[in-house]
Design a protein around this ligand. Sequence first.
Ligand code: IDP
Ligand code: MG
Length: 137
Amino acid sequence: MQQTLVLVKPDGVKKNLIGEVVSRFEARGLKISALKLMKITEEQAKFHYAEHAEKPFFGELVEFITSGPVAAMVVSGENAIKAVRGMMGATNPLDAVPGSIRGDYALTIGENIVHGSDGEESAAREIKNFFTAEEIY
Ligand code: IDP
Ligand code: MG
């Protein structure tokens, strides 16, 4: 059993894709263990994307993820981290296969609809950044 942090990013929320993303995970057999619509603070965004702090696009990344509400969720299940990453598709939507979320709904790397944790360590850190233990079922 694994838990992973998923965000429907501001572009996904604006495009009315929260339900689509949630429904794909549920159809696959994954559980939604926590879910809320929220505006990420700059502090949370910088912590969330800490691994990219030195990248030239870090400023844009923080600006974009705080630009509007996101749907934050904890998705649980067997190998949930890898399952979700596969369903998201490649980081650059132009490389994401059709049938993946990014391959179906995005065209540019800066606005690629979803975030999903890339490993157990990052999942634990990211979940804690957005949810208290009491908010997770
Ligand atoms: P991931 O979201 O697939 O895990 P990461 O490499 O962790 O990809 O990058 C985090 C986010 O930063 C990506 O989802 C994407 O929106 C953005 N990003 C990654 N590389 C670039 C880039 O070269 N230019 C602009 N934005 C980027
Ligand atoms: Mg990543």
